[in-house]
Ligand binder design. Sequence first.
Ligand code: NAD
Length: 250
Amino acid sequence: MEDRFVGRTAIVTGAGSGIGRAVAHRLVREGAAVIVADVSADRVADAVAEIGGVGQGRATGVTGDVSTQADVDRIVAAAGNRIDVLASVAGIMDGFLPPHELDDETWTRVLGVNLTGPMRLTRAVLPHMMSAHKGSIVNVASEAGLRGSASGAAYTASKHGLIGLTRSTAVFYAASGVRCNAVCPGPVITNIDGTPRSEFAMQVIAKHLQALPPPATPDDLAAAICWLASDDSRNVNGATLTSDGGWSAA
Ligand code: NAD
């Protein structure tokens, strides 16, 4: 294990479970002060207890909903003035609902968490990163950000949008020393609720899901996300990095 984040501060959303928890854990092991943010207070408490402090690294929990501006403000304020890394990992699925079965509630919630949340967080950390002329933002998208057959319409639209937000941020702030990249996981063993709510959708996209690679672990994804968060990737900006066992190459 390296010490790439000693003396640095990071915000990780969705850090109560799965990929986000693995990212927070790795950042702390590599020396960062990490804001462990999640909408579930129980998961925040459990994650902070598990991660604890390692060397100079430490975890601080904040319960909040990334789709809500007031909660984003609290999450960012907890980091203080120095923010080196933002990892927007929090995300939810959509029951694989196709457009003709999509309800407004699902659309609004999925777009709110998966796209509006990362936008609000990006907007809030940018002044800190720009004044330091340094910062790395990593957004966790999905295979569904690259194709139309990996989820329902809302999730697919949200992850395509997140890749657009990533590229826009990369372009606008490259000269300000701020980088922004996206990671697209394939299947990963986590607690995400991927229960289908549409027989129609499953019939249509079943053939695309047959070629799924074996699921990865959250630590596999944390390695890629922490690389993009670190100076090791200093020449990488606006990239969409797949970590999917080669699924998108097929
Ligand atoms: P997970 O459910 O294990 O963890 C996600 C965490 O985000 C949970 O702890 C949840 O409480 C939190 N969260 C949900 N809504 C939130 C909100 N509004 N505000 C703050 N926190 C919130 O799932 P995961 O698989 O680790 O998902 C992490 C990311 O990876 C998501 O963006 C997901 O879309 C993406 N992803 C996952 C997979 C997979 O196979 N697991 C594949 C592709 C992409």
